[in-house]
Design a protein around this ligand. Sequence first.
Ligand SMILES: Cc1ncc(COP(=O)(O)O)c(C=O)c1O
Length: 402
Amino acid sequence: MTRYEELLSTMALAMQPNAIRKLTGLLSSNKVISFAAGAPATETFPIEELAEAAARTIRDRGHYALQYGPTRGLSKLIEEIATYMRQRGVTDVKPSEILITTGSQQGIDLAARVILDPGDVALVELPSYVGGIIALHNTQAELVGVHQDERGIKTDELCEKIERARKAGRRVKCLYTIPNFQNPSGVTLTTERRRELITIADKYNLLIIEDDPYGELYFKEEAAHLMPLAALNPSRVIYLSSFSKVLAPGLRLAWLRAPEEIASKIETAKEGADLSSSLLDQAIVLEAIRCGLIKRRLPMIREFYALRCHAMLDALAEHAPEGSSWTKPLGGFFIFMQLDGKVNTTQLLPSAIETGVAYVPGQPFFIDSTGTNTLRLAFSKESPEKISEGIRRLCQVLSQKV
Ligand SMILES: Cc1ncc(COP(=O)(O)O)c(C=O)c1O
């Protein structure tokens, strides 16, 4: 019998499966109202327009679009992204700093691989996106968690954790943060804290991995003009965003912008990973940008999710058990709920499913294994009517146990 354990790398043995993906797969049965999967609503996909863009691309430019592509990505798409980044405040961005990736997930993975050695320290928010945690963890870096409050990551605690790690002789390399409508908390980092993060990155010579897939999905005017950290100091920031939430995640297309030296290392890492992201998908997205498809549809998509978010907030205000609290997001897909006392949301999940409603227990989002009395509620998938009914059912279950 082959003993595979002896043949696997230390890295493979240390890899952790994505608990949330496993769970959301199990929880996406049509029989339950699901607040589990953090995916975009399929109603927002511009199916006809993409079908036409795809047909045009293959017919008119198939000889190019069906060929292997440059690792950096399609240069015309990179130029469009550079223009967009300038509009977002990253005024001096150069095409040579941009790289197209196969989803932001690949961007995080590649960035982590070029920055982190085993034993280095990477700071993450408590709670944080499980896919990001996994990509950082796979490098065998040590992850250190920093709490958030309603204004985002706590900068005083961040400094304390950096100092402590340095005193223990560790190399603190980077902070992974999701400043807008965070997954899973729904919290947005304030402008003041954004400035503080940049100061801290300068002081301690850190890189910030700024993961921003939800930035365009704001519901409130106050969240429309938030400066990316990359706009405040591009030399400290690897910025990532994606077409997954504003177009369709099946395209698996995203981009990152990093200081040139780092972008070029990431390009080398990407050569070894997949040569390039799908050139066909890039050509289709370029077509979608050029005919104004994304820009034209954004107001509708924002309104679509805002309605769902309001339905969930209203239902929580009506039904939530006493002693519980929840975030009030300015955009994105998620509300994060904290229950009173010693409620264990993992243990409660089977009862909730029996009642016909699903959610994701909060604990896997916390690298320090806390958060057992928290849960993530995604309002992206279900209609406002189903959201109201689902929250009513959920709160019945939570009320019995709280
Ligand atoms: C915070 C965050 N980062 C990255 C991703 C991955 O996005 P992509 O589809 O671009 O790989 C997600 C997906 O849900 C996310 O929530």
